[in-house]
Design a binder for this molecule. Structure first.
Ligand SMILES: [Fe+2]
Ligand SMILES: [Fe+2]
Length: 313
């Protein structure tokens, strides 16, 4: 088939909602776009382990510690599914991981904010994993099969993450004044960065239109952000807490919550590497990579020995 025929066949499949699989022909731009998106997503899962791991040793009870450990381990698993999904597109895990360490590939900026109190851990589960679910549920129908299928599994675990977070913030909201203040402070710090997780406004997001045409993205950034706010404000009210947004109000005419302007300067600053923890996060990943060198070497020698033994037999 000629390239034009292959392209036409690809377009017909996208049009008919037939998923694209690893061995199917696909335009190079589609492949590269997916490697970037899935790679960044994988990096976000593993970098996202760091702010929460910070509190494993200080969880207030054994039960909280066990739950948090399970959640942080899940995030490592999500990274694994996603690196594997990226590899089906022809890149190697080592290559894209190296790009994370070099700073040439990004991860979600939300993880460049510090976790200062125990309440932050509950708020991350509730808000950050809650926002991730809104994004990821939509990705379960992404046109690339291996990505969509990884999302189905991930979403089941994200739902546990969101619930454990909400259960932890609920306990704090019923606690004493110091606990409620700690919770309100965590909400104040994480509210706006969580809204930024959906990316720039649609009018400033030129790549989104192409992703939507390819059906990788099914909803725009602004649609997903609005959906998250509409889901979350009633939960916030049930806790008896407030958002740091004086403009947040139910709009009868649109049937949605109206919210204030996001500080996009802050978003771009953090993206450029000037967030509070950008340096610390990458340093932690680089250190872990260097410390794991002997493990990688031992594993590769072992694999070579097994291959040689098989050849000899
Ligand atoms: Fe995750
Ligand atoms: Fe999660």
């Amino acid at each position: 088939m000629t390239t034009d025929q292959l392209q036409a066949h690809f377009d017909t499949k996208i049009e008919a909602d037939i998923s694209i699989e690893a061995k199917d022909w696909m335009p190079d731009a589609y492949r590269q776009n997916l490697i970037r998106q899935i790679g960044q997503h994988a990096h976000s899962e593993v970098v996202g382990m760091l702010p929460e791991a910070n509190w494993i040793t200080r969880a207030p009870t054994l039960r909280r510690k066990a739950v948090l450990l399970a959640k942080v381990q899940d995030e490592a698993g999500h990274g694994l599914y996603l690196y594997s999904a990226a590899e089906t597109l022809g890149c190697t895990r080592q290559d894209i991981y190296q790009k994370l360490l070099d700073g040439t590939m990004k991860y979600s900026s939300i993880f460049n904010y510090p976790t200062l109190s125990w309440a932050d851990i509950g708020v991350i589960g509730w808000l950050v994993d809650g926002a991730a679910i809104v994004n990821q549920v939509a990705l379960c129908r992404a046109s690339y099969g291996p990505y969509a299928r990884a999302m189905v599994k991930i979403c089941k675990e994200e739902s546990f993450h969101q619930r454990q977070g909400y259960e932890a913030v609920m306990a704090l909201s019923k606690g004493n004044k110091a606990q409620r203040d700690m919770l309100q402070d965590a909400i104040n710090r994480f509210w706006w960065p969580t809204l930024m997780m959906f990316g720039p406004n649609d009018s400033d997001s030129p790549n989104s239109a192409q992703s939507m045409a390819w059906k990788i993205k099914r909803f725009s950034n602004d649609e997903l952000r609005q959906k998250f706010i509409d889901n979350t404000v009633p939960q916030l009210e049930a806790l008896g807490m407030t958002a740091p947004d004086p403009e947040l109000v139910w709009d009868e005419t649109t049937g949605h919550y109206h919210f204030g302007e996001i500080n996009w300067d802050e978003f771009y600053q953090v993206l450029k590497g000037q967030g509070i923890c950008n340096y610390e996060r990458l340093e932690a990943k680089r250190r872990a990579w260097d410390n794991g060198k002997w493990v990688r070497e031992a594993a590769s020698v072992h694999a070579k020995k097994i291959a040689a033994r098989k050849q000899a037999a």
